[in-house]
Design a protein around this ligand. Structure first.
Ligand code: ADP
Ligand code: ZN
Length: 730
């Protein structure tokens, strides 16, 4: 194992690199400039964080959003990496404290906003840092902000090249998830990167399942069904308007789905609060306009559902791309309806500027083509970014997964081939399809092809259907394409057999009668016992995160929890082997998680400390056991039942083989989801009042200060219960 790999496990707990990461880190550590284009979830952050640890000195990270900085720093800190940020949210004293940390070498990464980094006094600070400890690396995150062609141009980014000049020996690393070539070129020139190493990843996100559903009177019911299928999973539902958001959110809540709204019409405080509760897994569903999402790095969003039509395919890619950042399966579902299209067209018609109108219509056209597509969604999306998918069937979109049947399409094939013949085998697919469909274009008129007998004989089928047929003919070698770059369609001996009715043509087409394909989605299947243990570990994660005032995913990713639920580690060696457990998390979390696992496994007679190779067999045994017992009610509801039956919480914990903390966690979640629960049995009214006052004074966002204020007498559990109650009352 080399240095770099060792550091990867030690600091971040990962055993292997994601594609591209290793090469990038090597280049940056050898002090070469680099430009990184990777889709969301590609693992960009690690490509500057690891070099920051390996190189001597301090790494400066330019990042445009306060929320993002906070999130990154939280994640680094739980891994024991000294990092900090400086932005306008800090008091003067705090800022000075952090600056001196940067100067005395006790930090490895410092995040700053672009407008601050170019200010004179900050440059002076950087000079001193350079002299004292050295600047190891300049990382420019969201580098597309440098380009007017990108979606959020920030003029300050245009100044950043000066840093590149000023600290000549420090390499500069630019990172973005924007795919277009124009933006890429802009970044290279504007930041004046020197002989950069350029890494362009595929923008394909194989873990995302894409589906388009027709929007009709059943749409709301379908949405409810989708959200109920995975009740605890984080989902975003996008609507176009604020009013749409509010109405939909209200309906969902009435139907028992815990959801919060997010749009520009709410106050700043409301928006921050709703976002926070979503990120901390306190509420699973966020109904939002596109105002939500920029700067959200929640990795475990399992569904992004568009209830209304997005305005552009690029927008759709970015929004839907917020799902499944952690690489686990997630679904992107678009409800697609004619009414929406008319609305968008109307709005575009209102635009004064003709050029803007043109651009908007172009964008809409691509969006509609995606929705109408009879071919792979993924192929469509990627081709929009100039990328070709190199398999015919992506295996993870509604089109590729729908049941197919072989159908005799000899007549259509004859029409197609005869059209190729009559146009003298001098044209490509697109043109042939236009002629078949009787398109009224200048080129066809100039060629006189509107006079052909095949002109317009294929009106009854869509462009996509004809192209699909054409591609199938190519695949079956009943036709071929010139290789001179022009893709001219040519007939061969087999084509003539088809034309002479000596050969039939079968193609596979979707079976229309069956109901829409059910998303294969979501979770990789865990056996039922591991699945339940996973839910407990998830609750424990929330409790621990809450105490530290960080989002749950900062503690461990879902992938890590899933592996834990399967392998059920008990020794330190076993625990350290779980992907996502680095040195620092091993120290911090070994005890609570292994305790929880032991209690649960003992109470349910499950084996622990499994070898990865044995998991399959163990799961089979557990699955058989579970099938004898039948489906389990949700764990919280079991707790609720026992609590309402008058059992005290210690007894419930004993009986269920769970931590006391987990039981309290259940009660908190129940209160937050609107159950009315009498907590006086746990926290006496006097104590409730005192806790309540402390929460009011210090704010409830972070529990630690409240706990410190109240002292030993009061437990985190009590504070969490009271906080849940006060929130319910709001
Ligand atoms: P991006 O900024 O490109 O969207 P992130 O840096 O946020 O991506 O990483 C996406 C997710 O992948 C994060 O949850 C991160 O912890 C995880 N990740 C990054 N590198 C690795 C790796 N080598 N192995 C496993 N998971 C990784
Ligand atoms: Zn597909």
């Amino acid at each position: 194992m080399d240095n770099i790999e060792q550091a990867l496990k030690q600091y971040f707990g990962h055993d292997t690199f994601l594609p591209g990461q290793h090469e990038i880190v090597e280049q940056v550590v050898s002090r070469r400039d680099a430009l990184i284009l990777m889709p969301t979830g590609g693992g960009k952050s690690l490509t500057y964080q690891l070099p920051a640890l390996l190189l001597p000195g301090l790494t400066i990270v330019v990042s445009p959003l306060i929320a993002l900085m906070q999130d990154q720093v939280d994640r680094l800190k739980v891994n024991g990496i000294p990092a900090s940020f400086i932005n306008t949210s800090l008091s003067n004293t705090e800022r000075i404290r952090r600056e001196s940390e940067a100067l005395n070498g006790s930090l490895k990464l410092l995040y700053v906003a672009p407008e601050r980094v170019m200010a004179d006094n900050f440059l002076a600070l950087l000079d001193r840092i350079e002299k004292n400890v050295g600047i190891s690396l300049l990382a420019v995150d969201e580098a597309h902000c440098v380009s007017e062609w990108g979606h959020d141009f920030r003029p300050e980014y245009r100044q950043l090249w000066q840093l590149r000049e000023r600290y000549k020996h420090s390499p500069t690393l630019a990172l973005t998830a924007t795919a277009t070539e124009r933006v890429r070129d802009d970044i290279l020139t504007q930041l004046r990167l020197r002989d950069p190493y350029i890494h362009i990843a595929s923008f394909n996100r194989p873990n995302l399942y894409y589906e388009v559903r027709q929007k009709n009177q059943n749409t709301y019911a379908e949405l409810v069904q989708l959200l109920r299928e995975q009740p605890e999973a984080s989902s975003i539902v996008y609507c176009t308007t604020r009013k749409g958001v509010d109405e939909l959110c209200e309906c969902l809540c009435r139907d028992g789905i815990r959801a919060l709204p997010y749009h520009a019409g709410l106050t700043n405080e409301q928006r921050t609060e709703h976002q926070r509760r979503f990120i901390r897994d306190e509420v699973p569903v966020l109904v939002a306009t596109v105002a939500f999402g920029m700067g959200i790095s929640k990795p475990d969003i399992r569904s992004v559902i568009h209830y209304d039509l997005p305005k552009s395919l690029e927008g759709y890619y970015q929004e839907s791309g917020r799902a499944g950042r952690d690489g686990l399966p997630a679904q992107c579902i678009l409800f697609f309806g004619h009414g929406d299209r008319v609305k968008v067209e109307y709005l575009i018609g209102q635009k004064q500027d003709v050029n803007e109108q043109y651009i908007a219509l172009e964008q809409l056209r691509h969006m509609l083509a995606y929705g109408d597509s009879q071919t792979c969604r993924r192929r469509r999306l990627l081709s929009y970014f100039g990328e070709t998918l190199n398999v015919e069937n992506c295996g993870n979109c509604d089109i590729c997964l729908r049941p197919m049947a072989l159908e005799d399409r000899t007549i259509d094939a004859q029409k197609f081939l005869s059209c190729v013949a009559r146009t003298q085998q001098r044209f490509g697919m697109r043109y042939i399809v236009d002629v078949l469909r009787g398109a009224n274009t200048q080129r066809i008129r100039d060629m006189g092809h509107n006079q052909l007998s095949t002109y317009g004989i294929g009106k009854d089928r869509s462009v996509d259907e004809w192209q699909y047929l054409g591609r199938t003919l190519l695949q079956q070698e009943l036709l071929y394409e010139s290789t001179d770059g022009y893709h001219i369609l040519k007939l061969n001996a087999l084509s003539h057999e088809v034309l002479r009715k000596q050969r039939k043509v079968f193609i596979s087409v979707p079976v229309v009668a069956t109901p829409a394909h059910q998303a294969k989605t979501s979770q990789q299947v865990l056996d039922p016992a591991s699945q339940r243990l996973f839910q407990h570990l998830r609750s424990l994660r929330r409790v621990l995160a809450d105490e530290q005032g960080v989002p749950p995913y900062v503690v461990f990713s879902e992938a890590t929890l899933r592996t834990m639920a399967q392998l059920r580690p008990q020794t330190r060696t076993q625990f350290a082997r779980i992907p996502g457990v680095g040195d620092c998390k091993l120290e911090a979390y070994f005890k609570p998680f292994t305790d929880e696992i032991r209690l649960y496994c003992q109470a349910h007679n499950l084996s622990m400390g499994l070898e990865p190779s044995l998991v399959g067999r163990e799961q089979e045994r557990d699955a058989v056991l579970a099938s004898l017992v039948g489906p389990a009610p949700s764990s919280r509801m079991v707790t609720l039942g026992l609590y309402r039956a008058g059992r005290d919480i210690e007894a419930i914990a004993r009986e269920r083989g769970l931590n006391l903390r987990t039981i309290i966690g259940h009660l908190v979640e129940l209160i937050e989801s609107g159950e009315s629960i009498d907590i006086e049995r746990i926290v006496l009214p006097d104590r409730q009042k005192i806790i309540c006052n402390a929460l009011q004074m210090l704010g409830g966002d972070m529990l630690k200060p409240v706990k410190e204020f109240l002292g030993e007498e009061y437990s985190y559990e009590e504070i969490r219960l009271v906080r849940a109650l006060t929130r319910q009352a709001q």
